[in-house]
Structure formats: structure tokens, C-alpha cells
Design a protein around this ligand. Structure first.
Ligand SMILES: Cc1ncc(C[n+]2csc(CCOP(=O)(O)OP(=O)(O)O)c2C)c(N)n1
Ligand SMILES: [Mg+2]
Length: 892
């Protein structure tokens, strides 16, 4: 930490220092801060040129960034706002305490909001503008654990009933309750952004602010001064995602973005940086990234003390303390503060001599002083050219006193004893008597009280209530039969991959009059891998500054074209950032009232496996759009090996309830899925999103064999029946993705070499089949008296004879999970195990999913059923060239 203001360096006389400081002061006075800064900058350069080694520091002293003389007047009624804030504090606390009285251990958080109340209330009373018909509104990411405060405010605003508050964390009670944290899925009229998985919201906020600019630059919404506010915890900043994209924000000059970090110096277990200073650490990280950093450390009570301190001793002392010591100071008596903080230097003691101990104890921190917080917010919204972070010092559990103010255990505090409740009540002036207060009732002053009137008037002036979520976009017509028709017709023998087929569809969609402009292609530096480079030229890569250079490949047809109205979001190597863009685009129907349709294509292994929690948040947010897992399939992506070859993502897509996951084999399947997806999401308004894997193996795309659309969407359909349906030996083979070709090949081998007639099914989605199966089971269990529902798989296979064999490029668990609804035993082949750097054929042999292993599996099933002799099997193993003692891919 380098924030010391040294007073006597290397024997230099005080007077010399004083002279330098005075001349700077006089420049400041006569010519202003800009000239003073210029001189200092020149001085620094001069020093460097003359060999003076100036240590780098991105820190400023441990003091408020905004000096008192630049502090604006507080525009509100401070006393009234304090009373309103106290009521919110009380109700937030009551909500948690009551919930835990009714149901022990139901949980909830008191101390986070207690520390952040002023940070929020200044925002609600003066800054957060609601979304209205005329104005898009500010976008606010509330710290997840502060949710009781947001509910308590909405209660005072008359938006949430006492009944709802009573059922905080008990959402399933009659009349409904309130979700623990912000979840648009559970409270779709209230919350907009899920923030409780820490670290996600800062990154999402950055890309949201960037997406707002993208919409403006593309002329899809008017440019406004709407802001994106993100409230985070200081502990939360340890999540790599929290700071992982801050340079994008400054590079893009996102002055529409404001972070507020609630620096209570504590996380759950204890101090964030007991032995250091989290505020200084964050300051240097953000300043280094060229953000505008505003520190709000000290409240107004400190101002006169600073003023008396002409020697800079106080700032120096403040910079010396580590956070562990600060934490102790805020819970200590005035006498202790005098002795241990000011006592380090007699000159410091002198500064506070006139103040009694009680006044020392009451020296507020900046984050609890509305005037300081207002000044910081005002400076942040007025700031131009870069994003702003406000580092506000607060006390965790502020006001809880003995019940947990500033204590290490405070994060988990959910109960207060009678004395603690009375004390809290008295401290915040809640009009409840001793007896009533221990019942912790919710308290709302009458409608005509000055508090309610004021609160309502403030919100009215700011356009309405926040947070509030509503769907603002009109449904699309989504009548795209013509658009997708050509893809149902096959490739006329031309070999193309499903990726190429998809890119062809994307190209066509981009030209469509209804959805062309709405499409947002998003790619983390893999556009060439997916053959998308032709789009660079046609729709351009978004860049807020256009293209300031002549691209090296300008003479080629497909040159790298960046443009201010470019449509592609080429995010660079950040799947998390790309997903955050996808979320912003896929929720714009609510946030902006614009039906943007994201198509986020990425290396499939780096999707669900790497950024699953963002996908979970997207699902919670009711994101609409398409995730495309490119180069998927453990054996279809040759060469790349263990890290890239994805045989997992369809399993990892299972837990996200509203993700529809497809593993299509042919272009027409993809066309059917995308067309239907656009209809369901953008016309019918369903809260689903799509995951489609596409592969890079080229093969001829067949035409759609009749009307199999329903089967494609529901998860399976018979693609190619057996040529000889009358044969004695019968089988049903199931294939997905590129492995369907192996299955088709096995069908031929079985028929020509072994006299087995097999039907081949394309299984487009095991997830759809599984969900349908468990839903039928459930319904039957709950309605035993009614006609039993039959799972779709069972219906499909009702009259299908023979043994059953499935093969895919994913784990065997996928077919296994639906096998119980099949008429007979199922043999499953799949790619469990680590991948290898190899070609497709070797990989498919290694994982035992090629046509030979499918053939063998079928014969083996027939053997188990007593339909063929052992000798047939032995001979087949030999004829097919299968090494029976090869390594087991699952464990090798
Ligand atoms: C990704 C993630 N990990 C862990 C948690 C559990 N958790 C909830 S709050 C908390 C501490 C938060 O500390 P801080 O960010 O400083 O917020 P404060 O409550 O102090 O304002 C933890 C560890 C979580 N919600 N998300
Ligand atoms: Mg904290």
C-alpha cells in the first residue's frame, strides 16, 4: 500500500516541503486543478528523464476523493429520508427475524442491508430512474444479500403486502411469499437481474452497459443518459468474474456504468483483507484499468478534523491501519479510538482534543453519510469518458449494536434478543413501545404520513418504482416458413457440416425483413473456426469507434471489417463475457422492449462446462435466444484432444429446467428447431432458451423425410426404416448428431452381412424425451384413477420390433435415462472418458461408437435374446476387426 504522505523524507527540511506545497496551492488557486495536474505530470516526466526512479502507485491517499469544497448541496430532506431509511431498516430486520421465529433456520441476511441502507436510499430518492414509456430507465443490479431492504422499501411503497413480507423465504405458502434473493424466474414482475451468485452481476453489468451502447450505435434505440448501476460486496470482488472485465468497460468508455462497492471490510467469515486494505487494493486495480474511482471513506463529522490537520497527519495515519484494525475501531468506545487511533502521535491527539469520547464514537463512515454518498453519485452520473466505481466505507451490521455490528459473526445473524430489539428500535426511532417491539411487527406509517408522501413523491419524480420487471417488446409474427424452406431440402449430395448449415441459416436470417436487424451473432474469437468470416464483411463487427486502421487483409473479399453499426459481437476470448452479452441481448425484450435474438456460438466444451453459472443466471432471467455448441461431439472434433472434445455438454444442460437441448444430425433438423424456437420465444413469449450442438464433420445433408417436424422437436423420429421389414432378426437403432451416420452405416452392415433388419431413429434430444417421460410418470402417480399417459418414447416404439441399441457422441447416461420407457432392454454406446488427440475414425474406435461397435452391440443383444449363436458373435468380432482387449476408454 503506497498511500503515505511522508513529512520528512531523507532529512529534508520541513520548510522546503512546505514551499513546494505552497507553490502548488497557489497554482491551484490561481489557475485551477487542471493546470496543477499538468504541472505535476510535467514534473513527473522531468523527474523520470533525469533518472529519478518514481515508484508506481495507482493509489491516492486514504481519504475522500471529493473534497468538501466540491461537495454539492444535498437536495433532499435529510431528516425525512433518515426516518424513511430507519423504517426500511426496521422492516428488513423484522422480515428476517420473524421468518426465523416461525421456521428455525430459514435464514436471511440482516447485516448486508444494514451496512448498505444509505447507499441504496440515496439512490432510490435521487438517482434510480424507472423505466417509463418515454425513458428507458436506469438498470440496477442489487446486491443479492441486501434483498430484505428492497422488499422492505417496496412494502413502504405499497407494492408488497405485509403478508408477502411475512412469507419471506417461504414462497410456497398460500398467497405466495418472497424469494430469498433476486430471482426473475420466481418474481417476474419485480426482479430483473439475479445477482446472488457473487461475481456474476458485475460482469453482467459491464456487458449490459456495453450492449446499451451497441443498441444505440446500431440505431435500435435512441442514445440516452440512462445508467447501469451495480451494487457489490467488497468480498464479492474476490470472485474472478467481478474484476475480470473491467478493462473492457474503460476501453469502451462506458460512462453509463457505475459500480458501487459496499466496503464494509467484511465478508462471511471475517475481514476481506484483515492484514491489508481492500479499498486501496480495489482503487489501484480500478485506477490501473482507467476507471474513475471515487472513494467515500469518511462522513461529514470528520471534515472539521481534516481541516485542522494542515500537516496531513490524519490521512497518513489512516493509510497506516490495516482493515483488521479498522474493524476493531468501529466497534470500540470513543476512549479506545482516542487512545489507539489518535494516540499514535501527540499532534493527532491534539486534533481531537476538543471532542468528547462520545463524539469520537459517532464519527461516521462515508457510506453512512447521505451527503457524502450523494456527492459521489452525483459526480459519477456527471462523469464523462470512463466508468465510475464508488468505494464506500461502511460498517457491516450497522445499527445492530451488540447483536452484531462489525462483528465477524454478523453475516449469519438472524435473531435478536429482546434488549437488542429495543435498542435497535430506539436507535432508529421506530414508533413502537417496549412491549410491541419485541414482537417485531412490520411497521408502515399511514398513507398520508409525511414519510409515505415523501417517498412516493420522490419515486414519482424519478418515473416510478424500481426494481420492476415487465415485458416491453411486442411479439413477432415469426412466420418464417419461406426463410427456412431451402434448408429442409438437403444439400444435393454436397458435403457440409451442421456448423456450415447453421451459418448458412444465420446468413439468411440476417437478411430477413422481420428478424434480420434483431439477430445478434456473438462469438468469442472463433468465427473462423465456425466458417463465419463471410459475415465480417456483410454485417460487420461491432466497434464503438468504427475502424481506425486499414485491415491487413483489406484486399481480400472477407476482410476484417469493424464498424460502428457492426452487428457481430466479436468478444475476444471470453466465454463469460460473450455469455453476458448474450444475456443482455436475450433479455432486451424486457429491459429495452426490443426483441433482439442472440445466437452465441462457441467451442462447446467451453460452454456449460466453463460458464454454467452464467447460463443458470440466464435461465433465471428468462433469457431468450440460442446457444450454439460448436465443434461438439467427443469423437467428431478430431485432433484437439482431451480438453476440447465435448461429450459432456448435453448432460450438463440437463439441470437447467428451461434450456431446450438438441443434438441434431442434419441441416433440416436445425432449421426446424430454430424456426420453432423463434416462434416459441418471440411470438408465444415462452421463457425458454435453446442449446444446439453443431459439428464440423462434413457429409451430405438429406432432405427432410416427410413431415417429421413434431418428432424432431419432441426428441426422436424414425429416420430410415429397415429395407426388409419382414426379416426374422430385427433391431431399432438410435443415433444422434454426427454419430447418426455411424448408425446408418451399421444398419447397412447388419442388413447385408448379418441379415438383421434395423430401423434407424434420429434422436435429436434426450433431454426432451426424458422430461416428457418423467412428466408422464408423475401425472400417472398423481392421477391413478385416470387413463395413464404414455411417454412419447413408449409411443414411438410401441410397434417397433427387435433389440434396441443407442449411440451418441455424449455420455451413455443420456440414452440410459430414457431406457425405462422403452419396450425392452437398451444397449447404450457413448463417449464416457477423456478425449484423445486423434482423427475421427480412431476416436470412434477408441470410444467404441463407430458402425462396427454398433453392429457388434446389436448382434450381442440378439445373442442375449437367444436369436443368434455365440459363433456369430465371435466371427463378427473377428470380421469387424475389433480388438476385444482394447483399453476401456472410461478409465484410460
Ligand atoms: C459464488 C458465491 N459464493 C459464495 C456465496 C455465499 N455468500 C453469500 S454472502 C457471502 C459473503 C459476502 O461478502 P461481501 O461480498 O463482502 O458482501 P457483504 O455482505 O459484506 O456486503 C458469501 C460467501 C455466494 N452467494 N455466491
Ligand atoms: Mg463485505
Amino acid at each position: 500500500m503506497d498511500n503515505e504522505i511522508s513529512t520528512q523524507p531523507h532529512g529534508m527540511e520541513d520548510v522546503e516541503i512546505q514551499e513546494w506545497l505552497e507553490s502548488l496551492d497557489s497554482v491551484l488557486e490561481s489557475s485551477g486543478p487542471e493546470v496543477a495536474a499538468e504541472i505535476l505530470e510535467r514534473l513527473r516526466a522531468h523527474a523520470t528523464v533525469n533518472g529519478i526512479d518514481l515508484p508506481f502507485s495507482a493509489n491516492t491517499p486514504y481519504a475522500n476523493t471529493i473534497p468538501v469544497r466540491l461537495q454539492p448541496l444535498f437536495p433532499g430532506d435529510q431528516e425525512l429520508e433518515r426516518r424513511i431509511k430507519s423504517l426500511i431498516r426496521w422492516n428488513a430486520l423484522a422480515m428476517v427475524v420473524r421468518a426465523n421465529r416461525v421456521e428455525h433456520n430459514i435464514g436471511g441476511h440482516i447485516s448486508t442491508y444494514a451496512s448498505a441502507a444509505t447507499l441504496y436510499e440515496v439512490g432510490f430518492n435521487h438517482f434510480f430512474r424507472a423505466r417509463t414509456e418515454e425513458f428507458e430507465g436506469d438498470t440496477v443490479y442489487f446486491q443479492g444479500h441486501a434483498s430484505p431492504g428492497m422488499y422492505a422499501r417496496a412494502f413502504l411503497e405499497g407494492r408488497l403486502s405485509a403478508q408477502k413480507l411475512e412469507n419471506f423465504r417461504r414462497e410456497l405458502k398460500p398467497g405466495g411469499g418472497l424469494s430469498s434473493y433476486p430471482h426473475p424466474w420466481l418474481m417476474p414482475d419485480f426482479w430483473e437481474f439475479p445477482t446472488v451468485s457473487m461475481g456474476l452481476s458485475p460482469l453482467m453489468a459491464i456487458y449490459q452497459a456495453r450492449f446499451n451502447r451497441y443498441l444505440e450505435d446500431r440505431g435500435m434505440k435512441p442514445a440516452t443518459d440512462a445508467k447501469v448501476w451495480a451494487f457489490l460486496g467488497d468480498g464479492e470482488t474476490d470472485e474472478p468474474e467481478s474484476l475480470g472485465a473491467i478493462t473492457l468497460a474503460s476501453r469502451e468508455k462506458l460512462d453509463n456504468l457505475i459500480f458501487v462497492v459496499n466496503c464494509n471490510l467484511q465478508r462471511l467469515d471475517g475481514p476481506v483483507r484483515g492484514n491489508g486494505q481492500i479499498i486501496q487494493e480495489l482503487e489501484s486495480a480500478f485506477r490501473g484499468a482507467r476507471w474513475n474511482v471515487i472513494k467515500v471513506l469518511w462522513g461529514s463529522e470528520w471534515d472539521p478534523i481534516f481541516e485542522r490537520d494542515t500537516e496531513g497527519l490524519l490521512v497518513k495515519r489512516m493509510g497506516e491501519l490495516v482493515d483488521g484494525e479498522y474493524q476493531k475501531l468501529v466497534v470500540s468506545s470513543g476512549a479506545y479510538v482516542r487512545e489507539h487511533f489518535f494516540g499514535s502521535d501527540p499532534r493527532l491527539l491534539q486534533l481531537v482534543e476538543p471532542l468528547p469520547d462520545e463524539a469520537l464514537r459517532r464519527l461516521r463512515l462515508g457510506g453512512h453519510d447521505p451527503r457524502k454518498v450523494y456527492a459521489a453519485y452525483k459526480a459519477a452520473v456527471d462523469h464523462k469518458g470512463s466508468p465510475t466505481v464508488i468505494l464506500a466505507r461502511t460498517i457491516k451490521g450497522y445499527g445492530l449494536g451488540e447483536a452484531g455490528e462489525g462483528k465477524n459473526v454478523t453475516h449469519q445473524q438472524k435473531k435478536l434478543n429482546e434488549d437488542e430489539l429495543r435498542e435497535f428500535r430506539s436507535r432508529f426511532g421506530i414508533p413502537l413501545n417496549d412491549e410491541d417491539c419485541i414482537e417485531v411487527p412490520f411497521y408502515r406509517p399511514p398513507e398520508d404520513s409525511v414519510e409515505i408522501q415523501y417517498l412516493r413523491a420522490r419515486r414519482e419524480a424519478l418515473g416510478g418504482y424500481v426494481p420492476k420487471r415487465s415485458i416491453r417488446a411486442k411479439p413477432l409474427a415469426a412466420d418464417h416458413d419461406n426463410l427456412f424452406k431451402e434448408f429442409l431440402e438437403g444439400s444435393d449430395g454436397r458435403e457440409v457440416s451442421t456448423t456450415m448449415a447453421f451459418v448458412g441459416m444465420l446468413r439468411k436470417m440476417l437478411k430477413d425483413t422481420e428478424i434480420g436487424k434483431l439477430i445478434v451473432p456473438i462469438v468469442p474469437d472463433e468465427a473462423r473456426t465456425f466458417g463465419m468470416e463471410s459475415l465480417f464483411r456483410t454485417v460487420g463487427i461491432y466497434s464503438s469507434v468504427g475502424q481506425r486502421y486499414e485491415p491487413v487483409d483489406v484486399n481480400t473479399l472477407l476482410y476484417y471489417k469493424e464498424a460502428k453499426d457492426g452487428q457481430i459481437l466479436e468478444e475476444g476470448i471470453t466465454e463469460a463475457g460473450s455469455m453476458a452479452s448474450c444475456i443482455a441481448a436475450g433479455t432486451a425484450y424486457a429491459t429495452h422492449g426490443i426483441n433482439t435474438i442472440p445466437f452465441f456460438i462457441y467451442y462447446s466444451m467451453f460452454g456449460f462446462q466453463r460458464i454454467a453459472d452464467f447460463i443458470w443466471a440466464a435461465a433465471d432471467m428468462r433469457m431468450r435466444g440460442f446457444l450454439l455448441g460448436g465443434t461438439s461431439g467427443r469423437t467428431t472434433l478430431g485432433g484437439e484432444g482431451l480438453q476440447h472434445q465435448d461429450g459432456n455438454s448435453h448432460v450438463l444442460a440437463l439441470p437447467v429446467p428451461n434450456v431446450k437441448a438438441y443434438d441434431p444430425a442434419f441441416a433440416y433438423e436445425i432449421a426446424v428447431i430454430i424456426q420453432d424456437g423463434i416462434r416459441r420465444m418471440y411470438k408465444d413469449g415462452e421463457s425458454v432458451l435453446y442449446y444446439i450442438t453443431v459439428m464440423n464433420e462434413p457429409y451430405a445433408m438429406p432432405a427432410m423425410p416427410g413431415d417429421v417436424k413434431e418428432g424432431i422437436l419432441r426428441g426422436m423420429y424414425r429416420f430410415r426404416p429397415a429395407a426388409n421389414g419382414k426379416a426374422k432378426l430385427r433391431a431399432q437403432l438410435f443415433g444422434s448428431g454426427a454419430i447418426l451416420n455411424e448408425v446408418l452405416h451399421a444398419q447397412e452392415i447388419l442388413e447385408t452381412k448379418y441379415g438383421v433388419a434395423a430401423d434407424v431413429w434420429s434422436v435429436t434430444s434426450y433431454k426432451e424425451l426424458y422430461n416428457d417421460g418423467i412428466e408422464s410418470e408423475r401425472w400417472n402417480r398423481l392421477h391413478p384413477g385416470e387413463k395413464a399417459r404414455v411417454p412419447y418414447v413408449t409411443k414411438c416404439l410401441a410397434d417397433a420390433p427387435g433389440v434396441l441399441v443407442a449411440a451418441s457422441d455424449y455420455l451413455k447416461t443420456l440414452p440410459n435415462m430414457i431406457s425405462k420407457w422403452m419396450p425392452r432392454r437398451l444397449a447404450s454406446l457413448g463417449t464416457d472418458g477423456f478425449g484423445r488427440s486423434e482423427g475421427r475414425a480412431s476416436l470412434r474406435e477408441f470410444f467404441e461408437v463407430d458402425s462396427r461397435f454398433i453392429t457388434l452391440a446389436t448382434l450381442h443383444e440378439l445373442f442375449v435374446d437367444g436369436k443368434v449363436e455365440r459363433s456369430v458373435l465371435d466371427k463378427a468380432i473377428k470380421d469387424l476387426g475389433i480388438n476385444a482387449d482394447k483399453p476401456n476408454p472410461v478409465v484410460s
